[in-house]
Write a protein that binds this ligand. Structure first.
Ligand SMILES: NC(=O)c1ccc[n+]([C@@H]2O[C@H](COP(=O)([O-])OP(=O)(O)OC[C@H]3O[C@@H](n4cnc5c(N)ncnc54)[C@H](OP(=O)(O)O)[C@@H]3O)[C@@H](O)[C@H]2O)c1
Length: 243
């Protein structure tokens, strides 16, 4: 396993939830991190929460805008690992009522965003470093009705990583597929109903509880450190796929 000490890690989505957990874990392993998101306010709050001085840099970038992504990697310079957890709540309407503009925006922020990141990361990402993207349990256990779009997007990440791992070798490309994780995205999606949903799901899960960002962050750290893991999807879902 390669140590993360002194490595430079770019965490897109690092201002909140799973990405903030990855940034904290990377810092704890001795890395320097650049956290990226759209909102400067969220980035500043995350920087304060991480409380690691010069080892954290923030960069406001919308990954749906290619020129912003290109400029960001120019500014970041040489680096060792790219992690992306960027995403917005998925469209959840039944297919006959789905708003195609919302679907396009969701594709832009997830799959097209990941492709854009990969394209502009390649020139400055160390050969033999890694890219880790984020899919999710909705590809395996889609909400019914309304889960078709999010399942399609999340499912596509595994194939994206397979192909890109071959194309970019020896740089490694992997995916983390979380189950339910207690993050601000849930507050945005279901508000005060969150605790009820979580209690019900925790009672069904083999693991018996909902994940924290720190639980899932450990998988991203493993995938960055493991020099022999590439083209892989690592499921951190508490056994959600088994029920
Ligand atoms: N939480 C779960 O239960 C769960 C389960 C399975 C999969 N996932 C997936 O995991 C990913 C992270 O989820 P989370 O729960 O950690 O969400 P979160 O707390 O809402 O964090 C999302 C992060 O992505 C950033 N972001 C969103 N759109 C962006 C864009 N266009 N450009 C740059 N940054 C952008 C956000 O910052 P700004 O808003 O400031 O841009 C924020 O930092 C999502 O893709 C989600 O679908 C989550």
């Amino acid at each position: 396993m390669a140590s993360l000490k002194g490595q430079k890690i770019v965490v897109v989505g690092g201002s909140s939830g799973i990405g903030l957990g990855v940034a904290a874990a990377a810092l704890a392993h001795g890395a320097d991190v650049v956290i990226v998101g759209r909102s400067l306010e969220k980035l500043r709050a995350a920087e304060r929460a991480l409380d690691s001085g010069h080892r954290v840099k923030i960069l406001a970038v919308d990954i749906t805008k290619e020129p912003e992504v290109a400029r960001a990697f120019d500014e970041i310079g040489a680096f060792d690992h790219l992690v992306s957890t960027a995403g917005t709540p998925p469209p959840g309407d039944p297919i006959e009522r789905i708003d195609i503009d919302v679907v396009r925006r969701f594709f832009d922020s997830k799959l097209i965003g990941a492709v854009t990141l990969a394209k502009h990361a390649v020139p400055t990402l160390r050969k033999g470093g890694s890219m880790t993207f984020t899919s999710g349990i909705n590809k395996d256990r889609p909400p019914v009705p309304g889960g078709a779009v999010v399942a399609a997007i999340a499912g596509s990440f595994g194939y994206f990583a397979h192909a890109l791992a071959l194309e970019l070798a020896p740089t490694r490309v992997n995916v983390v597929s979380p189950g339910w994780v207690d993050t601000p995205m849930w507050d945005e999606m279901v508000g005060a109903a969150k605790s009820g949903y979580f209690a019900e799901m925790a009672a069904r899960l083999p693991a018996g509880r909902i994940a924290t960002p720190a639980d899932v962050a450990a998988a991203y750290v493993y995938l960055m450190e493991s020099e022999l893991t590439t083209g892989e999807t690592m499921h951190i879902d508490g056994g959600h796929r088994l029920i």
